[in-house]
Design a protein around this ligand. Sequence first.
Ligand SMILES: Nc1ncnc2c1ncn2[C@@H]1O[C@H](COP(=O)(O)OP(=O)(O)OP(=O)(O)O)[C@@H](O)[C@H]1O
Length: 566
Amino acid sequence: MEEVEAQESLRVRCPVCLRELPESRINNHLDRCLQQGAGSCEAGEYPQPSSKKMRLSRPPNGPAATLVFSLFHKGRGGGLSVVGRGRGAGTPGKDGESPGPCCPELGAAPGSCVPTLSGESLAQKLEGKPLADKLRPDTLRDFMGQTQVLGEQTLLRSLLEAHEIPSVILWGPPGCGKTTLAHIIANNSKKNGTRFVPLSATSAKTNDVGDVIKQAQNEKRLFKRKTILFIDEIHRFNKSQQDTFLPHVECGTVTLIGATTENPSFQVNSALLSRCRVIVLEKLSVEAMEAILMRAVKSLGVQVLGQDEQHTGSANGSESSEAPVFIEKKALSTLAYLCDGDARSGLNGLQLAIQARVTAGRASHQSPGQGCSSNGILVTEDHVKEGLQRSHILYDRAGEEHYNCISALHKSMRGSDENASLYWLARMLEGGEDPLYVARRLVRFASEDIGLADPLALTQAVAAYQGCHFIGMPEFLLAQCVVYFARAPKSIEVYGAYNNVKACLRNHQGPLPPVPLHLRNAPTRLMKDLGYGKGYKYNPMYKEPVEQAYLPKELEGMDFFKGRRM
Ligand SMILES: Nc1ncnc2c1ncn2[C@@H]1O[C@H](COP(=O)(O)OP(=O)(O)OP(=O)(O)O)[C@@H](O)[C@H]1O
């Protein structure tokens, strides 16, 4: 009797649904949980997430495997999310296959599928989640470009086809498909029962990682099931957070997929890096972008107009009562160019342009004579340009581009190339860079690179910095300063000499030499008695140059400007 009570009081957590149960019931519960799916959980016994951030959403009649082992949800503020794979707008059908017919003739890459977006009207299709999210591909067939790492005969492709996923770091610029690729790997690996757990390093805590690891250990031990841990923006974890999963990657408890826009050699713990393959994704090519955009317009039911075609009649034979929508082919090509290899920007730009036109079309329909054509709505190249937030396209303020551009500006000024200097400045400011960030760099440049060759440069830089505080967009103010600096004579004399002093201090063996007594101030009697200030020659009292040592004895004759003793 006592033994039964003891068993009842000992509670263990089911590794599948995370529910805590008496030990005596765990085996039966597990069998049900695994064989019949989440539905086997008795009423009211559906798992409660262990952490607040953990979301377990259950597809209406989905199997347990779908509940626990899938899903991939991209969210920038995501935290730990193990999300059930519901069939929302644009989500694929069973087994990761995209619904809807394969339509290679639509201009997308051969074999690509056009997802059917839910919603009756175009306006409804454009509502809710961003188009880029709705259209995130689930299969490699719809993943465009990046053939250097995913083309036929590449290592990664063979591994994916063999369901052998090594630990990888996906490194590439924003919107090039890192999360999408991880999403595809998730779908792929689900087929052999591998769990996929996504975390976002922007909000996940070390405890969240610990929870995932614990669960992965249980899964491995009890069911021989593998876990893939996807960490978005892995560079945001500090080195010690990265250390928490290092041993578990090493012993195979989890396969790690990290995504980063930052150079992993600086941002990822070197021990971790040496256990992962680094896959470098590139900005998407214009052709790949065109294919992505083409897939998007087809999924929206928007018709593409060639150069000389007129927009008449209904788009795509739509029977809907709303006006048909057309887009110029040129508009798509321009968008593909301007989005600078960032598919998210391209798709967002397309969505904004179409949305704006549809809204304007509706308004003019209500008050005729304001530009609505009875033949339908046309989206042109200009509309698409408007829809693009250039700031998000040309320049990535948070990423590597930020450092690349400021470095290019600094070097152009140093090289006295006023055209290049202005170009890099404009590229940053037009891309939305913080003017104060540039101004601070100018202050540094004035002292490091111009120095005493033109001491006024520093005054200019500080004035430019202050000016930035006074006016909204101080581009001309900064431009003036940048051109002044590009044209100014340069001197690194002080910069070099100071570095020599720093090196001298760093390399000094033993305690630093004391300040010579004659250079010390002697405000008290005691200090005077100790010899402070004794023998000091007050220069204004002498007509001729004063012979006096100012450096410690050991450094006598040192010339930091030449970096050696005289
Ligand atoms: N290679 C691709 N093929 C098809 N669609 C893509 C591709 N890359 C990106 N996309 C589209 O762009 C959207 C954004 O891509 P994704 O989230 O994968 O970018 P990312 O590289 O992870 O960016 P970030 O670093 O900003 O998170 C996806 O939802 C998808 O619709």
